[in-house]
Design a protein around this ligand. Structure first.
Ligand SMILES: Nc1ncnc2c1ncn2[C@@H]1O[C@H](COP(=O)(O)OP(=O)(O)OP(=O)(O)O)[C@@H](O)[C@H]1O
Ligand SMILES: [Mg+2]
Length: 190
C-alpha cells in the first residue's frame, strides 16, 4: 500500500468519533416546550404576533438547532401568509406534537402535498411581497423525517392553515447521557 495513503487511513482510524464534523455533537435531549417557547419569543421580539401554549417536560432527542430552525420556518410562513400565529405543543402517545395555526387563506387540500416539493409556491404567493423561494416546507419536513417525525398540513378551525410537526418522544434509553460525544456514542452503541 502507498505509504502516504496508509498514513492517512491510519490517522483517520485514530481520530476520535466526536471530531467528525459535529454530527454526533449536535444531538441532545431537549425539553421541546422550552425550545418552542424560545423560538416563539424570538419571533415576537422581531415584531410577530405569536401566541404560544407549550407543555413542558416533553423531551425529544434531536439536533436542537435544526429543530429550532424548522419551527422558526413554520412560524415565519404563518406570519407571511397570515398575520398571526398560534403555537401549541403537547404530547400524544409517544409523539411530541407542535401545531402552528394561522389566520391566512390556508392551502387547498389538493395542494397540501405539492407545497413540500422544493421551489413549489402556490400561484398567488408569487404576486405577494413574500420574497420566498419555496424551500421552507421542504427543509422543515426533511429535518422532521430525519428525526423519525414528520410535518403535515391541515385546515385550521378558522380557515387558515394548521401545520403539525411531530417528533418521537425520547425514551429513557434514547436520552444520551451527559458527557463527551464519543463517550455518549459508545454508550448508545453498547
Ligand atoms: N401558512 C401558510 N399559509 C398559506 N400558504 C402557505 C403557508 N405556508 C406555506 N404556504 C404556501 O406554500 C408555499 C411553499 O412554502 P415554503 O415555506 O416551502 O416556501 P416559501 O415560503 O415560498 O419560501 P421560503 O423558502 O422563503 O420559505 C408558499 O410559497 C406558499 O404558497
Ligand atoms: Mg416559507
Amino acid at each position: 500500500m502507498d505509504k502516504d495513503f496508509e498514513a492517512v487511513i491510519l490517522s483517520a482510524c485514530r481520530t476520535p468519533i466526536g471530531s467528525f464534523g459535529g454530527v454526533l455533537k449536535d444531538i441532545s435531549a431537549v425539553d421541546l416546550g422550552a425550545l418552542v417557547e424560545s423560538v416563539c419569543e424570538n419571533a415576537m421580539d422581531a415584531g410577530g404576533a405569536v401566541e404560544v401554549s407549550a407543555q413542558h417536560g416533553v423531551n425529544v432527542t434531536c439536533r436542537p438547532v435544526a429543530i429550532s430552525r424548522a419551527v422558526a420556518t413554520l412560524i415565519d410562513n404563518a406570519l407571511k401568509y397570515g398575520s398571526r400565529a398560534r403555537v401549541t405543543l403537547g404530547r400524544v402517545d409517544d409523539c411530541a406534537v407542535v401545531t402552528i395555526d394561522d389566520d391566512g387563506l390556508g392551502i387547498p387540500e389538493d395542494e397540501r402535498e405539492k407545497v413540500f416539493a422544493p421551489f413549489y409556491r402556490i400561484e398567488g404567493s408569487r404576486n405577494r411581497d413574500t420574497g420566498g423561494v419555496g424551500l421552507g416546507l421542504a427543509v422543515a419536513r426533511t429535518t422532521a423525517r430525519e428525526h423519525g417525525g414528520d410535518v403535515t398540513l391541515d385546515a385550521a378551525e378558522n380557515g387558515g392553515l394548521r401545520v403539525r410537526l411531530e417528533l418521537p418522544v425520547a425514551t429513557a434509553s434514547a436520552v444520551p447521557p451527559a458527557g463527551k460525544p464519543e463517550e455518549r456514542f459508545a454508550l448508545e452503541k453498547a
